[in-house]
Design a protein around this ligand. Sequence first.
Ligand SMILES: *Cc1c(COP(=O)(O)O)cnc(C)c1O
Length: 390
Amino acid sequence: MTDKLDLDTLAVRAGIHRSQFNEHSEALYLTSSYVFNNAQQAAERFANREPGNIYSRFTNPTVTAFQERLAALEGGESCIATASGMSAILTTVMGLLKAGDHIVTSHSIFGASVQLFANIMARFGVETSFVALSDLKAWEAAVRPNTRMFYLETPSNPTMELVDIKALSHMAHAAKATLVVDNCFCTPILQRPLDLGADIVIHSATKYLDGQGRVLGGAIVGSQALLGEGIAHFLRTAGPTLSAFNAWVLLKGLETLRIRMDAQSATALALASWLEQHPSVSRVVYPGLKSHPQHELAQRQQSGGGAMVAFNVKGGQKKAWQVIDSTKVISITANLGDTKTTITHPATTTHGRLSDEVRMAAGIGPEMVRVSVGLESLADLQHDLARGLD
Ligand SMILES: *Cc1c(COP(=O)(O)O)cnc(C)c1O
């Protein structure tokens, strides 16, 4: 029934399977296991000859509902939900790669993702090359005979750099590598990587999909062929499963995703334009601004600039911290994608554990401040930032 429906309709209707009680809202199934009618049925389910729930490490009806709804929004065949965004990335890598394989990714990915690839996966014999995100020639040059995965975020965190997904998908497929896109910043409302040739979309559902800063969650979206074997097997066996309660919260989050993304992006654009005119600000990076070096690509690839704004203040780290510490409305917290605007100093927090060299290569200087724009009024946000900037 969901095939021909618009995104807005899918966001509130996809994934609903009513129980015998005909509840209108999605039910929350807090159960760790499921009862079989008899021993024969248990045997059939365990042997995978009969579909159905066995144990909530494998499947749970509330988690399944969230998976179906997100798959519908991303235009993917299949979705596997995980306990967090990082466990979605881990599950994808562990499910698809083996010792001796090689990943190409960029410096401009989430700090923990850099550590996962460079420190943890390296111990298991998976090597990673880090290139400049928007430099297609660098991606091409990094490909080796054993390259099996391209991994990227666009726009990147926190530097808001973009890469042409379609161009990279051709390159990845020529190398017989899987293209994985972390779609955290845009969500399917602003960008659908699978339509552009990506094979897998990753989400930290903790961010915009919940959007209200309540739960951790993650998701992997892609074809049944890619998700059904290694990735599903890793999830069932290793157990980084999304809880039913968190899935239920996320299901409700998806219902308001469109109106939140639209409203937060509109405020972000206005705030970015205002910051650009401010004498204490040396640079604003926001894909929706004409001054963004990849504005044309942003217009083509995304249906909006998103709600993340990064800017450099004149006066280095001291002034950056002053701007952060002078806020009274905006929250000083590392989370993003919330209805409440948050402010961070990436160089000393989210990206603080990277080496200076890697951090500078990613363009994250001590003068950079990152704002995740929420649903407060533009005037109140401007006033709050002006306190430290003026
Ligand atoms: C937060 C984040 C992650 C990790 O997600 P968690 O839910 O915190 O594990 C991955 N990628 C990006 C872009 C993020 O912002």
